[in-house]
Design a protein around this ligand. Sequence first.
Ligand SMILES: Nc1nc2c(ncn2[C@@H]2O[C@H](COP(=O)(O)OP(=O)(O)O)[C@@H](O)[C@H]2O)c(=O)[nH]1
Ligand SMILES: [Mg+2]
Length: 311
Amino acid sequence: MDELVQRFLSGDRRALARIISRVENGTPEGREYVRALFPHSGKTHIIGVTGGAGSGKSTLTGALAGEYRKRGKTVGIVAVDPSSPFTKGAILGDRIRMQDLTLDPGVYMRSMAGRGALGGLAPSIANVVAVMDAFGFDYVLVETIGAGQDEVEIAATAMTTILVNNPGTGDDIQALKAGIIEIADILVVNKADHPAADILVSQLRALLALSPAGSRRPQILKTTATKGEGLEELADAIAEHYQYLDETGQLAKHQEEDARHQVLAITRQIVLERIRAATPDEELEALVKRVAARELDPHSAAEDLAASVLI
Ligand SMILES: Nc1nc2c(ncn2[C@@H]2O[C@H](COP(=O)(O)OP(=O)(O)O)[C@@H](O)[C@H]2O)c(=O)[nH]1
Ligand SMILES: [Mg+2]
């Protein structure tokens, strides 16, 4: 383990790949690696890229990585989208520019499919992000599909969250209603080459105008990810947001919030794992049946289960 950690710290990408594989599986060995590397993390600007399926998150993530490479920065990418074209560090498909990224030693990609782990996907994503951070990438981009609780949790890890909006689909208005807009620091209308792009920009503007006075209104930017258009402005807006966080003291507060969130999430996971390990399946099933039959309420059943390990 020490040797692998040494190679990792000296910038060996194969060591990075091997450590991420161990860490994402959430094994006790993986946890040891996180323990060893965590002190080296905390320097990276973590950026969440979220939005509906097909809005162009993966294309935009690749294009943004390309923009950072032009600026001489290094980039780690974590794609948490089961339909993502990032596969095992390679990109499928025909986009030459993005394929170039996989050959670029300044970019490292990792795709994570949704796993039904206890406690959700978020803790394991946070660990993979921490490992990339420790490796020393200037930016880590995390692509997630803007849907559930995991996304909201990942947004807690990301310092800057970009919401990718898809013109002409109506998905965005749904996302806005679902409160996803509240986690967005920058709104991107991607597919600016689409005829409905400007209408969507106006709709988003009108919606933002309703947000409470004094709160920071997210910038709205247009991109055409497939042509690499609008990426300079996006990278500038991201830098501006980071500076805003830093100057207002919110960056430090964010780090504490993220730490609190992770500690509590992992605590829940540990407790749940212990309880599951201490409970024979038949016992759980018997409780479940009693709750379903309304003989017992769910809270009492949960207390019953928890009592076995919490006394
Ligand atoms: N016209 C147009 N198509 C785009 C743009 N960005 C992405 N796409 C296309 O939209 C589809 C979905 O893109 P993808 O990046 O996989 O979306 P994701 O599901 O959000 O990750 C692909 O066919 C892309 O080529 C854009 O700016 N303009
Ligand atoms: Mg994708």
